[in-house]
Design a protein around this ligand. Structure first.
Ligand code: GLN
Length: 572
């Protein structure tokens, strides 16, 4: 282990969903601004080996790394705040850690010893944390432990943190992200839940060095003092983190409350740059507040509702990518969720998902009551159909795509949104009425989207986990296309997550009918981007990959940028 390497553990108290991911990303940014290389790590305590097998409505978006690892949306937040790609080592789940230990045991890796949860699980956690820091040659590693203090499954990870602290007392720091409620009837901020969270943390043998006090409003001086004294800290170790309009304000709020300086003082770190180089971030935040007019984008999906809640989290990277492009073009993004089923013809799509995919547990039959609502799409400047799986909502999505194509509304299809764009084109322009993806109809007469050859075996063997075409692949862009002029490059690399592809047998026919495959794999076998030429439509483009995963606040994605520009133009 490098000698002065520093480790910061971020844990959550009181309740979930208060923004540990954003707090972790923001602290990483503030330390990088001072000249340190920071490796952020996300630990998800659950037993899934990766995030790929979870329904987005249960767990939020599945964020894919360059390596192809399917991870948690917080990894996306880290990449966006730091402006760079992260490695597989920066993510682990409880399942992955246990699996590694058990596999090692089966290979006699413990040489006949009794293998026990403690110490072998925490030891493996520490090994992974150290490797991640070494791979990135970082100075500081920030480890966010998912979940909330007191949950049984986090115990092994807190134990790893405790052991690391014992081995390196001066180099390990704990941040507790807590919540301070202001109960409506009382009208005053309460610190007691945070005090209990600290005590719970103490019961694991660890003590917070910093408390990030989340709440509707910042804690006042008296409350900061109270939290500090009851937790054995100084008031400056309690950092205000009130609700904000935009997560991008958080680093600046932390900076105003001297978070990075306090962390550095405790870890005995000396600033490597005289003034924190935060100006690019500050000017980005300025663009988010200085917009003239808006651009209205409709996102047609199906992972929006869980019970009474709308979970924009399912499409988090898509939303952020739209925002960056809108801000870059001086517009306020207005994003509206549209449930695909609303646009289905009255018969609905019928019951039952298809069996061939990853069987998201939330898959339900169509609502069967919805009237076609396509006319309300008129009010949008642009429409996106993002990634998805299975049958539910498909008829609605196809109607939306047809409407966007025939009414010249800028359309951007992401993965499934591209595949369905090809299905729509085949049905309505090529007049192949039965054209479909074999994901929905295995026996279709015209499988314009078909399962990839190597995927067939995997599905037959019921190998669903981590088995799609995943991660970053190169693509070549044809000259004089919308894609090429957006990227201003001949070769691109983008991240994928799919099992199906455009069927090569239909490419010539589709191209003859006017659909252009402007991005293709270097071996020319896979169609990675489909578009209609400018003369036929202002912007009708779909990507087999997920451009949203590489959009960054300080570096908006070229295709989202081109799409938003087309949307703004349509508005005029
Ligand atoms: N369901 C499609 C496939 O597996 C699209 C996947 C996606 O949108 N990520 O190919």
């Amino acid at each position: 282990m490098a000698k002065a390497h520093k480790y910061i553990f971020v844990v959550g108290g009181v309740m979930s969903g208060v923004g540990k991911g954003v707090a972790t990303s923001s602290l990483a940014l503030l330390l990088e601004a001072r000249g340190f290389k920071v490796s952020p790590i996300k630990i998800d305590p659950y037993l899934n080996v990766d995030a790929g097998t979870m329904n987005p409505t249960e767990h939020g978006e599945v964020f894919v790394l360059n390596s192809g690892l399917e991870t948690d949306q917080d990894m996306g937040s880290y990449e966006r705040f730091l402006g760079r790609a992260l490695n597989s080592e920066n993510y682990m789940t409880g399942g992955l850690v246990y699996k590694t230990v058990i596999d090692r045991e089966r290979a006699l890796g413990y040489e006949g010893k009794c293998v026990e949860p403690v110490p072998h699980i925490p030891e493996e956690v520490i090994r992974r944390i150290v490797v991640a820091g070494e791979n990135e040659k970082s100075d500081v590693t920030i480890i966010e432990i998912g979940g909330t203090l007191g949950e049984y499954q986090s115990v092994m990870f807190l134990e790893a943190a405790r052991l690391l602290k014992i081995a390196h007392p001066d180099d390990v720091l704990f941040v507790l992200v807590s919540y301070l409620p202001v109960p409506g009837k009382l009208g005053e901020m309460k610190t007691k839940p945070t005090q209990y969270a600290v005590r719970t943390m103490n019961s694991y043998g660890v003590q917070p060095d910093i408390i990030v006090a989340r709440g509707e409003v910042p804690p006042d001086k008296k409350r900061k003092e109270k939290i500090a004294s009851s937790s054995g800290m100084k008031p400056e170790q309690v950092i205000s983190a009130p609700d904000v309009d935009s997560v991008y304000d958080v680093p600046l709020n932390f900076e105003a409350d001297h978070l990075a300086e306090t962390v550095m003082k405790i870890l005995q770190l000396k600033t490597r740059k005289r003034t924190p180089f935060l100006s690019p971030w500050k000017s980005f935040v300025r663009t988010t507040k200085k917009t003239t007019g808006e651009v209205r984008i409709g996102v047609v999906g199906k992972y929006f509702t869980t019970g009474d809640f709308v979970l924009a989290d399912s499409y988090l990277s898509v939303i952020e990518a739209i925002k960056y492009a809108a801000y870059k073009n001086g517009k306020k993004p207005v994003i509206e969720w549209l449930a695909a089923e609303e646009f289905e013809p009255s018969t609905g799509a019928g019951r039952g998902g298809n069996k061939v995919n990853m069987r998201p547990s939330g898959e339900r039959g169509s609502t069967e009551t919805s009237r076609s609502n396509v006319a309300k799409l008129k009010k949008f400047d642009g429409i996106i159909v993002p990634g998805g799986f299975g049958k539910r909502g498909i008829k609605g999505k196809l109607r939306v795509i047809e409407y966007a194509r025939t009414h010249k509304i800028p359309y951007f299809g992401l993965c499934y949104g591209m595949q369905l764009m090809v299905v729509e084109y085949a049905r309505n322009v090529l007049r192949l009425k039965e054209a479909n993806t074999t994901e929905i109809d295995r026996e279709t007469k015209h499988p314009v989207i078909d399962i990839m050859t190597d995927q067939k075996k995997k599905l037959a063997a019921e190998e669903y986990g981590g088995s799609m075409r995943l991660g970053s692949y190169p693509a070549y862009l044809k000259e004089r296309t919308i894609a090429r002029s957006a990227y201003k490059a001949e070769m691109i690399h983008e991240r994928h997550r799919h099992r199906y592809e455009v069927n090569p047998q239909y490419v010539a026919e589709l191209e003859k009918a006017g659909l252009l495959f402007s991005g293709i794999s270097p071996d020319k076998k896979l169609m990675e981007i489909a578009e209609l030429p400018h003369a036929k439509h202002p912007f009708f483009l779909g990507t087999q990959f997920h451009p949203e995963f590489t959009a960054r606040p300080l570096d908006s994605h070229p295709l989202f940028d081109a799409f938003v520009r087309a949307a703004i133009k349509k508005k005029k």
